[in-house]
Design a protein around this ligand. Structure first.
Ligand code: IMP
Length: 198
């Protein structure tokens, strides 16, 4: 089954392809692969709204099963910030490092460093929408640790582990991450749907 993943983020596409490597039934293509080069504006106020905006835009144009994810890092001491604004925390064209720097600055001297990543995936298939969620709890480190992954990975240490996401192998991160959990729910749903149609 061909599935369009409504993203230009090559890190996300790589992660999802690694996560579904065991399910060769699905061919995932990104937006560049279907000639969609412009960003889809994320004007929603929640992760769910943004995931649906991206998936709906592609479904309406291409009519091919498609999904989009929206992810936020929610920090308890910052009352859930940066949350839905995680990509632009330090401003519209901020880099991953700009966002991490601002986060560390805003948490300077703060004892409670509890945080969570939340991913929402919106799938649209035959015009129907379905939502899947994945969450991982952890804490924000005092400085960057590791060079793998992307985004806030160097400063996020998941509960029960001594390494940051950026210090983990991709396999380990994918096996416990917010996106890994959400994408496995998506694949289970699709597999059950195909099986019940047999
Ligand atoms: P998006 O809106 O879903 O693209 O994600 C918002 C921002 O969250 C991204 O720009 C990254 O900075 C961050 N982010 C998303 N997923 C991850 C992840 O798996 N690890 C670290 N940061 C992430």
């Amino acid at each position: 089954m061909k599935l369009i993943f409504a993203t230009h983020n090559l890190h996300k596409i790589k992660e999802i392809k690694e996560i579904i490597a065991d399910s060769p039934k699905y061919a995932i293509v990104g937006l560049n692969d279907v000639g969609e080069y412009s960003p889809i504006e994320e004007t929603g106020l929640t992760l769910v709204e943004n995931a649906l905006i991206k998936a709906r835009f592609i479904w309406d144009k291409h009519g091919v099963p498609c999904f989009a994810d929206d992810t936020g890092l929610e920090v308890e001491a910052l009352r859930g910030a940066p949350g839905v604004y995680s990509a632009r925390y330090a401003g519209e064209s901020s880099s991953y490092q700009d966002n991490v720097d601002l986060l560390l600055k805003n948490l300077q001297g703060v004892h409670n460093r509890k945080a969570r990543f939340l991913t929402v995936i919106a799938l649209i298939i035959e015009g129907q929408k379905y939502l899947f969620e994945g969450e991982v709890r952890g804490e924000i480190l005092l400085s960057n640790n590791g060079t793998g992954g992307f985004g806030y990975d160097p400063v996020f240490r998941p509960e029960g582990f001594s390494q940051s996401f950026a210090e983990m192998t991709p396999e380990l991160k994918n096996s416990i991450s917010h996106r890994g959990i959400a994408i496995r729910k998506l694949i289970e749903f699709l597999t059950a749907r195909v099986d019940s149609a047999k």
